[in-house]
Design a protein around this ligand. Structure first.
Ligand code: SF4
Length: 257
């Protein structure tokens, strides 16, 4: 209907940009807006991309924020985020976005769009559950099916600079390569591409362990069938000793972190 609102959850990822393109192709720009939750630790090129996307799409960009960083959430909640449970996502993204929607939109006439693509469909039930009470759609799960590489190539064709993390080989453009949900492969990439960022996360993880006296870590490993913590400090030591390797070559143009 003419007055229906269309809100794209703009993560800074390429999927959310193309989700917005598809929504606008179908509904026009009049009642479309982009909703971005700022974690305060994003790569600078994510903000550049957001600005370029807003100008290109010619729709309003609403920025919401909790005000804390992921590690500030972990310290506040006495819980170190990891691949199984990441309270930062709920506190810094889900709650601020939901609060804004509840204050500014009517669930009866508003659709929320998320940029998950066809290769990530396993995430749909969790996202739908998280948006309980709101109508949610996933434009990039519809035909034509595009991979992330397709989306990045099409973005370049529009003359929009692709965020740096994608150019390096990260699958997602979030939290500057420090996502606690990522596995060893991504952390090793960050260690090589952004050693200062890795050092920050390593120091924060160690500070958390000391402050709360808990043998916890962002990463875990299985040794002889037993799951146990793998700290970022230990992963770095193994990398420096040559017992683990960065899985993909890092392009030479990476700026100093
Ligand atoms: S991208 Fe990762 S680290 Fe950042 S808020 Fe989401 S779950 Fe937390």
């Amino acid at each position: 209907m003419a007055d229906d609102k269309h809100v794209i959850q703009m993560s800074g990822g390429i999927g959310s940009f193309w989700a917005a393109k598809r929504v606008i192709a179908q509904h026009g720009t009049a009642n479309v807006l982009l909703l971005f939750a700022d974690t305060r630790v994003e790569d600078p090129t994510l903000y550049d991309f957001l600005t370029a996307a807003r100008v290109h799409l010619d729709v309003e960009l609403v920025v919401v924020k909790d005000g804390r960083t992921p590690f500030e959430v972990f310290f506040d909640e006495h819980f170190l985020g990891n691949s199984r449970l990441a309270p930062c996502s709920k506190r810094l993204k889900q709650i601020p976005c939901r609060s804004w929607l509840e204050a500014n939109c009517d669930p009866a006439t508003t659709t929320v769009y998320v940029g998950i693509d066809a290769e990530e469909q396993r995430r749909l039930p969790g996202v739908v559950h998280g948006w309980d009470g709101w109508q949610v759609e996933f434009p990039m799960c519809d035909e034509p099916y595009w991979t992330k590489d397709d989306m990045l190539d099409e973005c370049r064709k529009l003359g929009i600079t692709v965020p740096l993390l994608y150019e390096i080989g990260y699958p997602h453009n979030n939290c500057s390569g420090l996502c606690v949900r990522a596995g060893q492969r991504q952390w090793l990439l960050t260690l090589q591409a952004f050693p200062d960022r890795y050092a920050y996360a390593e120091a924060e993880e160690q500070r958390f362990r000391e402050e709360f006296g808990k043998d916890v870590s962002i990463l875990r490993e299985t040794v002889k069938g037993e799951r146990r913590p793998l700290t970022l400090a230990e992963l770095r030591r193994r990398f420096e000793a040559g017992t683990v390797r960065v899985p993909v070559p890092v392009p030479a143009f990476i700026p100093a972190a």
